[in-house]
Design a protein around this ligand. Structure first.
Ligand code: UDP
Length: 453
């Protein structure tokens, strides 16, 4: 039950984008702002709806999304985004108006806080004359790169020839053309159109960033601030600023923690490609044999549906389980934050989604970076080249390359140095979150900013 404090007069309606990597930070933000005394409502699509029983202190406002099975196949994210923004505006307006009518006697100040990808919420806020704030669930480096794409196109730098993929992008160093967040995202024209569409309606009062200004992305944030000209609140890492809550859409296999308990400190490589990336059967086999041949203990998440051309539920190659015995553990979905915080984990082979990136940095775990699409390429470049806590898997999914890079990270001196640096970063994250640190201060500023309306 919500306790009555003065801030409860401020009801924050949070609108997440219905994908795992977006829902988690939004629910975490809700938990943080609830602890600051605000009333929280989660307005969510029926697709990938969060479980209300995990958040008894929130109210929930289901939006009739009218999404078809075709829309919700997560293989075409641009199309999914378009369908959500087209379908949800009118139903959201309707259910929000009803909620406000029902709560009229409470005389509440209502704010909309929405994920930048579900900009239909901004249109609704505007038409109801409600103040709104954007939550960016990607890193500032990636957003800056994304925002620069129309300019790169206008200047004739994009589209670029394959021969230029290793070249540095003007104004975005140290990104190379291959790191731009456009690969596998649809046509360049569609991407530019999407950026223009979301810019057109933008009139929010502020932007919340799930990042750590003083440690990770100061310069990108400064550059973005000049363009956006609204207050920025960098209050990440949200998952650490919030008391732990379950935000997972899939059931977590917690038995893997018992398996980790039996392993030596920093000996295990954890492998997860997040909630969306897929591999084909051949790539999966290369991963499996590369891991097996590395001789290193590993915990591997093979998510249902993540192997593209496989009909059978058994996707691992024949003879693999016999070869690895007790040395490897394979699960469908892991309690990732707990896994990364476990002392037995010494490395993370990741697709470099922004949440995974932050979760690894926060626990001082160095990475093998194998990005797939969108912001993952930018994050991987920063992990390897700027923060220097990651190794790039450069030559694709091939078993001998995998074996080599796993050994470099887990047993070589090079890996030890990365682990040391990651450990130092972990300490700095803690400083940024504690009293006087940049995220701590920014969160207090955010609460004051909302209350000042
Ligand atoms: N995750 C998890 N268990 C898994 C794999 C992933 O809980 O087995 C979580 C992970 O902790 C992260 C999120 O799923 O919070 C994935 O988000 P990210 O931004 O890293 O990648 P995306 O899924 O959006 O590509």
């Amino acid at each position: 039950m919500e306790t009555q404090t003065p801030n409860r007069r401020h009801r924050l309606v949070l609108v997440p984008c219905p994908l795992q990597g977006h829902i988690s930070p939004m629910l975490e933000l809700g938990t943080i702002l609830l602890s600051k005394g605000f009333s929280i409502t989660i307005a969510h699509t029926m697709f990938n709806a969060p479980n209300p029983s995990n958040h008894p202190d929130f109210s929930f406002l289901p939006i009739f999304d009218n999404l078809s099975d075709h829309d919700t196949t997560t293989t075409n994210l641009m199309a999914l985004g378009k369908a959500i923004n087209t379908n949800c505006e009118a139903p959201f307006l309707k259910c929000l108006a009803r909620m406000m009518e029902e709560n009229k006697s409470l005389d509440q100040v209502v704010w909309i806080i929405y994920d930048a990808l579900v900009y239909f919420a901004e249109a609704v806020a505007k038409s109801m004359k409600l103040p709104s704030i954007i939550l960016r669930t990607a890193g500032a480096c990636a957003v800056l790169a994304f925002d620069t794409i129309p300019w790169l196109q206008a200047e004739g730098h994009l589209p670029c020839q394959d021969s230029m993929l290793q070249d540095l992008v003007p104004s975005l160093h140290p990104l190379r053309f291959k790191d731009l967040p456009i690969s596998k995202m649809g046509s360049l024209d569609d991407i530019v159109q999407l950026i223009m569409d979301s810019r057109r309606i933008r009139s929010s009062s502020a932007i919340i960033w799930n990042t750590i200004a003083d440690l990770l992305e100061h310069s990108s944030l400064e550059q973005l601030h000049q363009c956006y000209n609204v207050p920025f609140f960098s209050i990440g890492p949200l998952h650490k600023m919030a008391p732990a809550t379950s935000t997972s859409l899939l059931i977590e296999d917690t038995d893997c923690i018992e398996w980790l308990d039996k392993q030596a400190p920093s000996s295990v490589l954890y492998i997860s490609l997040g909630s969306l990336a897929t591999v084909d059967k051949k790539e999966l086999a290369e991963m499996a044999w590369g891991l097996a041949n590395s001789g290193q203990p590993f915990l591997w998440v093979v998510r249902p549906g993540s192997v593209r051309d496989s009909e059978s539920p058994e996707v691992l190659p024949e003879g693999f389980k016999e070869k690895i015995g007790e040395r490897g553990h394979v699960v469908k979905w892991a309690p990732q934050k707990e896994v990364l915080a476990h002392g037995a984990v010494g490395g993370f082979w990741s697709h470099c989604g922004w949440n995974s990136t932050l979760e690894s940095i926060c626990e001082g775990v160095p990475l093998i970076c194998m990005p797939y699409f969108a912001d993952q390429n930018v994050n991987a470049r920063y992990l390897c080249h700027v923060w220097k806590v990651g190794l790039e898997l450069e030559h694709g999914l091939e078993r001998s390359e995998i074996e080599k890079v796993v050994k470099r990270l887990m047993t070589d001196k090079e890996g030890e140095e990365l682990r040391q640096r990651a450990g130092d970063m972990k300490e700095k994250v803690e400083l940024c979150m504690s009293e006087g640190g940049s995220s701590y201060k920014s969160l207090n500023d955010l609460a004051e900013f909302i209350l000042s309306f």
